[in-house]
Write a protein that binds this ligand. Structure first.
Ligand code: KIV
Ligand code: NA
Length: 265
């Protein structure tokens, strides 16, 4: 089996074959996802909530990310491994470069993800310049939850929507290789996808993205208050392997997300 690269993800995007992505936090999850044909695996800082039991992702450290990333890397043969830069780990170019190096060298990351708007252009450009593939996470940015005052759909008002489009283009032009949109109205995600030259992965961003991602605990029906945009793929399946296969099939066929998993406005 060949390890997927960024070029392979771009190739899927050009063929209009949806990119299937999931979060993973340990080697067993990673191995099963890999076998199920998940293309892109994210060690998300959501691990702060779903693995470590924090209320937000804010307490997650670089050491937490590296610990889980190493475990996930050991379980993968095929999928591309992306790892989140945690809260306050990319406040300057130098800090971001040092921490991205750790995620790649110690954690085995092939790509890093950071939450950002146009303020992060310098950081993204510096990472790109050093050969670090970057995914820019826009829309709902959970690391800013205390500033946002809760988890809610982003870009509903016209000015916020305009700003998100501009931010996405600025991050792309700075050298981002992927965009990830969380909790944005479907039409806004579709607009960003039309304008972008790079793949757009969505979570709660409607069906018109180049790929979809979910938190694995949501997909397996393990979370208390699963958000609207998730679906329990274990329901009606005999085991976790079958649930993962059903998710891969649903994303590849375009069956997921359905309108009830999306924000129409
Ligand atoms: O941390 C995470 O799991 C994420 C995904 C929800 C995209 O950033
Ligand atoms: Na995250």
């Amino acid at each position: 089996i060949k390890r997927l690269t960024l070029r392979d993800l771009q190739g899927l995007c050009e063929k209009q074959e949806p990119i299937v992505s999931l979060t993973a936090y340990d080697a067993t999850q990673a191995r099963l996802m890999d076998a199920a044909g998940v293309d892109l695996v994210l060690v998300g800082d959501s691990l702060g909530m779903v693995v470590l039991g924090y209320e937000t992702t804010v307490p997650v450290t670089m050491d937490d990310m590296i610990y889980h990333s190493r475990a996930v890397a050991r379980g993968l043969r095929r999928a591309l491994l992306m790892v989140d830069m945690p809260f306050m780990s990319y406040t300057s170019v130098d800090q971001a470069l040092g921490n991205a190096a750790r995620l790649m060298q110690e954690g085995g990351a092939q790509m890093v993800k950071l939450e950002g708007d146009a303020q992060q252009v310098a950081v993204v450009a510096a990472l790109a310049h050093q050969g670090v593939p970057v995914c820019a996470h826009l829309g709902l940015r959970p690391q800013s939850v205390h500033k946002l005052g809760g988890y809610r759909v982003q870009g509903r008002e016209a000015t916020a929507a305009r700003r998100m489009v501009e931010d996405a283009m600025a991050l792309q032009d700075a050298g981002a290789d992927l965009l990830l949109l969380e909790c944005v109205p479907s039409a806004l995600a579709a607009e960003i996808r039309t304008l972008a030259r790079i793949p757009v992965i969505g979570i709660g961003a409607g069906p018109q993205c180049d790929g979809q991602i979910l938190v694995v605990q949501d997909l397996l029906g393990m979370t208390d208050h699963a958000p609207r945009f998730t679906k329990n793929f274990l329901a009606g399946q005999p085991d976790i392997q079958a649930a993962l296969a059903a998710y891969v099939q649903a994303v590849k066929s375009g069956a997921f997300p359905a309108p009830e998993h999306s924000f129409l406005a």
